[in-house]
Design a protein around this ligand. Sequence first.
Ligand SMILES: [Fe+2]
Ligand SMILES: [Fe+2]
Length: 305
Amino acid sequence: MTSFTDIDLLRELEPVAEANLNRHLGLAAEWMPHEYVPWSQGRDFDTLPWEPGQSRLSDIAQIAFEVNLLTEDNLPSYHREIASIFGRDGAWGTWVHRWTAEEGRHGIVMRDYLLVTRGVDPVSLERGRMHQMEKGFDSGEKTPLRAIAYVSFQELATRISHRNTGRFTQDPIAEKLLARVAADENLHMIFYRNLLAAALEIDPSATVKAIAEEVMTFQMPGTGIDDFDRKAKRIAKAGIYDLRIHHDEVVTPLLRHWKFFELEGLDAEAEQARTNVGHYLTALDDLAKKYEEKREKALTTAASN
Ligand SMILES: [Fe+2]
Ligand SMILES: [Fe+2]
């Protein structure tokens, strides 16, 4: 449930939401998903059923692409989450609907590409979509502050995941398409990042605590995907999205942007939360190093065999 203070906070942030919505609308260039899909490569599936050999994507590129698409597919649940937290009125409501419309384009263009090029098994893709959407997505009644912190990290993580998946496909068409999607995610991240910066000015202690909670419990939105852990491990192993990227390219730059470790005048709880984040980041960095060493070792062994 949203408490009165949550509503007050959202009201106080409303002018910032409006300014950033207008900024976003000025920057978000219109683009057409159909222009990114090589339609002439398409064939009917009843006369030519799908076979694994038809995909020009490597195994791991297929997994990453599929995970990214299934994540986008869960949009109705994400919409429900942010509409119930931010509301459907005023600048917040306009943002919620605009964001949803933009996100809808991502699933459309990625699915069209995969089906036309026969990049992944269409039957398992559809079953995966059903599984994922039937489960829904539940962020667990986050406060608005926690929600804004979560989506800041999530949009940046998604941007990097799409961009790196595109590179990994080694298909210029897929790369261009996913770079286009990643550019949208970047603008989404900036909207939320700016809102959180404004929240830090209104209530620094509460905002620091919200950031700390989200950093230390962060999970990708695709966690509900069937067999997600195994798929995420393979995506990490390939270097498309791993702990090093999460630490260096997602968490650290955002915390730096917010001057998280330099903020003054926090209450004792927020100070404690910030100390915990410091320890958490050190542990994350150590773990990332361990995986890097493991990967390097495996590469050297493979090269010497
Ligand atoms: Fe998206
Ligand atoms: Fe996004």
